[in-house]
Design a protein around this ligand. Structure first.
Ligand SMILES: [Cu+2]
Length: 307
């Protein structure tokens, strides 16, 4: 009962934030559901030196003629994601997440392109950005993806669902859910740029002491072994690349425009992973670099203040 209240409260916030509406059938399903429009991913904009929003690609000369979302910001996106959670989510209790992808007419989208080795990448974060999870839902056919997840603590969560309808550009749909109970206050942001994760010490090198919004910046992750202090030599590809970097801007209501997925540059020295990206606007950003040390995924998180 309680969860319906929170689900619809979140939904209405989203609708007003997005400035568009789509039908909500109350009582349609016994589970917590959420629908959000897909937006062109910022990932595909990396390297284009364009600000992430508004999604303005400069008129009709682009090659992706199948994508009406390239028009004015008021144009509806061509895909919608709906999240269904089978039960009340308790902290640390595995729960099945079902994500249905439909087109703007409500019809299931049934064909997806693989990118970075998967059909869907799902980034789940607690709304205070303390918890991060990168998982890959399984495609069940008829537009439906499923994955088991568990969330460590009470409070709101945002899921960034990253997928590519066949022949179209990458999309990011934002889904919201909540874990029962009262959220505990977030710990203070640790702004130290050297952190240890198990047997790996990662130092994030910024190009300048102050990072400014709207500028292309190179972020360098120096990955060392804690035992030897030396740069590691055992990095392997992870999902087809030498590393992945997810960046999310801290915000009371996380949106697709707060999400950046950066891809690394090749040809860098052993133990270094370089990402070119930009921070669209001032704020506090959380960064999660993911690296594969001989089969073990290291997730290195940092806070960066952008002026
Ligand atoms: Cu992924």
């Amino acid at each position: 009962m309680n969860r319906f209240v929170s689900a619809f409260a979140v939904l209405s916030t989203l609708l007003s934030a997005q400035g568009c509406s789509f039908p909500v059938k109350s009582g349609e399903a016994p589970a917590q559901t959420q629908e959000t429009p897909g937006q062109p991913s910022m990932a595909q904009m990396d390297g284009h030196m364009e600000p992430p929003q508004p999604m303005n690609h400069g008129g009709s000369s682009g090659g992706e003629h199948n994508d009406p979302s390239h028009g004015n910001s008021g144009t509806p996106a061509t895909s919608l994601a709906k999240l269904t959670v089978s039960s009340n989510i308790a902290p640390n209790k595995p729960v099945s997440l079902v994500i249905d992808i439909r087109d703007s007419a409500g019809k299931a989208i049934t064909n997806f392109d693989t990118f970075q080795e998967k059909l869907m990448h799902l980034i789940a974060v607690s709304d205070d950005l303390e918890f991060f999870s990168h998982i890959h839902p399984t495609y069940k056919g008829n537009g439906r993806f499923e994955v088991e997840a568990s969330f460590p603590k009470s409070g709101g969560y945002t899921l960034f669902s990253d997928y590519k309808p066949a022949g179209q550009i990458e999309r990011v749909s934002v889904l919201k859910t909540a874990v029962t109970g009262t959220a505990s206050p977030a710990p203070a942001a640790d702004i130290n740029l050297t952190q240890t994760f198990g047997n790996t010490k990662v130092q994030l090198a910024l190009p300048e002491a102050t990072v400014k919004a709207g500028k292309e910046v190179m972020l360098v992750f120096n990955v060392r072994d804690t035992a030897t202090g030396q740069k590691v030599t055992d990095l392997q590809t992870y999902l087809g690349e030498t590393g992945h970097l997810v960046i999310i801007r801290q915000s009371a209501d996380l949106k697709a425009s707060d999400y950046i997925h950066a891809h690394p540059h090749g040809g860098t020295p052993a133990g270094e992973v370089h990402f070119m990206t930009h921070f669209p606007q001032p704020g506090k950003y959380k960064l999660w670099g993911q690296f594969n040390r001989n089969g073990q995924i290291v997730t290195a998180d940092f806070w960066v203040n952008v002026l």
